[in-house]
Design a protein around this ligand. Sequence first.
Ligand code: 5GP
Ligand code: MG
Length: 177
Amino acid sequence: MDKVQIKDKSFRKHIFCDAIHEKVLKVADRINEDYKKKNPVFVVVLNGAFMFASDLLKKVNVACEIAFVKVASYEGTKSTGSVKSLIGLNHNINNREVVIIEDIVDTGETIVALLDQLSRQSPSQIKIATLLFKPKAYTKDAPIDYVAMEVGNEFLVGYGLDYDGFGRNLEDIYIVD
Ligand code: 5GP
Ligand code: MG
């Protein structure tokens, strides 16, 4: 399937699943090294990060806990600039080492809002792991600690990322045609 049609838009295959898995494995290796003998809490950002988190965490071999939050900032293919918290964190992260797991960091609005929200619970550290990073769109200063792949500013779907709710199940990543 080299092309997919989702609603009004046509997408072509851009990053193949084998390449994705290779990059995800590299992030897992780094996390395993950095969190050796530590007990991090991974905070997965729903919905988009579910597939990345699932593949990544299967390869993480340190004793860890996994929690979820749900936020929304995108409508269609554009960031709205305001970040809505749809499901809050139901996990004590006080004094814990936290790793946020995101699907994609674009302008950085979402990640900075999340950092703000989570730091209020006084974790000892917060790091960020993202499948995709759009460096040219990023407007914030917060360091993105683990990036599986850097991409351009084009809109992507697949491997957890949606267009208007569809396309999350695709095992490869597609770019708008
Ligand atoms: P930011 O707040 O950094 O601008 O955007 C982050 C969120 O916007 C991501 O978590 C993701 O949900 C959504 N997003 C950003 N870029 C894309 C993209 O290319 N495709 C899709 N499907 N979602 C994106
Ligand atoms: Mg996201």
